[in-house]
Design a protein around this ligand. Structure first.
Ligand code: BMA
Length: 339
């Protein structure tokens, strides 16, 4: 077994925290990162309100730029909030359900495909959690064209960085409660699309019971990295330990540890999982990962390969800050146990 950690945390972590943000917020986390026009871009989530009970209506998406992936310049104003979705849904909702239907928008991911930026987000509504996809060629990533809004219950939609067999490929995380008798045991699914608007060919990709360090739900992490051996793909896995509550500002006992995992998908047929790292890729250890709004949470959203073989993984830590950990592509691939 490999005893050296696969990823090393940056010594100046967290790379983003609430005091870096030019508007009033209590946390900045769950960010999506990509390369755009020769720079790094980050869409991140901020929550605002009391530290132990942020107000959902005040959750916003901000934008940051970086030349090296380490030092970030943050745009002065948020780029997205629930009002934007309300505008998109005006015709559908304003008359029948009212604009209160949309509760908040959060957890952005960003993928650049064929020179266009795609932005995936989750949004809570009074009638369920949904996922959305928008795209743009706007250099400033300000004006987005809405492509798709999913049915409830779905979250954590993530796109592959290129078309596979001519189709866009997406990871999904539905919440099938009925057959599980209410148990939070959710899996990662996959779907594809020719145009980004209509999605189909839904299939189960990875089931939670296949992950040795999960005893509850799992979900997609960041857009995968293409390698010669397959699509290297992060995910999060939840381990619940009711005997050992984690530290949290949230007043409810918090028992869900979120752990980053790694799997390998077939290059030609990404719906086939060909291997997995049996050990966690990253598990909460440091103070900024163990203490926060929800301690013990590692939530990967950005996964990038550099020319020298370094892999950067950006992750939300404790639902409070953004962390960065780096490793070598070769080490990550060697840690995968092929099925
Ligand atoms: C998930 C989402 C994420 C969050 C995670 C841990 O269900 O709400 O936004 O980071 O829980 O709290």
């Amino acid at each position: 077994m490999n005893t050296k950690p696969l990823l090393q945390r940056r010594s100046n972590n967290p790379i983003l925290q609430d005091s870096d943000i030019p508007w009033d917020c209590m946390s900045v986390f769950n960010a999506g990162i990509s390369k755009w026009n020769g720079q790094y871009v980050m869409l991140f989530r901020t929550d605002s309100g009391p530290k132990d009970a942020p107000i959902p209506a005040l959750t916003r998406i901000g934008l940051a730029h970086s030349k090296d992936g380490y030092t970030w310049e943050i745009e002065k104003e948020p780029v997205f909030d629930r009002d934007k979705i309300r505008v998109w849904l005006k015709d559908q909702y304003e008359e029948r359900f009212g604009s209160e239907e949309i509760v908040r928008v959060y957890d952005p991911r960003i993928t650049v495909i064929d020179g266009e930026a795609y932005f995936c987000f989750a949004f809570d509504t009074e009638h369920g959690v949904r996922g959305g996809i928008a795209k743009t060629t706007d250099q400033n990533l300000r004006s987005w064209e809405l492509l798709h809004l999913s049915l409830p219950e779905n979250r954590n939609m993530v796109l592959f960085p290129e078309r596979v067999n001519g189709k866009l490929v997406r990871l999904d995380r539905p919440f099938p409660l009925y057959f599980n008798g209410g148990k939070e045991s959710f899996d990662i699914w996959m779907s594809n699309s020719s145009n980004g608007t209509e999605w189909g060919d839904h299939r189960l990709l990875l089931a939670s019971e296949e992950v040795p360090f999960a005893n509850a739900k799992i979900g997609p992490g960041a857009p995968p990295i293409k390698t010669e051996r397959g699509w290297l793909t992060t995910f999060h896995a939840v381990e619940i330990n009711n005997e050992k509550p984690l530290n949290a500002w949230s007043p409810h006992p918090w028992t869900k540890e979120y752990i980053a995992g790694l799997m390998l998908l077939d290059l030609e047929n990404p719906a086939k999982v060909i291997g997995m790292c049996r050990e966690p890729l990253l598990r909460a250890e440091t103070e900024y990962e163990l203490d926060g709004f929800r301690g013990g949470v590692i939530f990967p959203g950005g996964f990038l390969l550099e020319d020298d073989g370094t892999v950067k993984m950006y992750y939300g830590a404790a639902d409070t800050v953004v962390g960065l950990a780096e490793g070598k592509l070769e080490d990550l691939l060697n840690a995968i146990e092929l099925f």
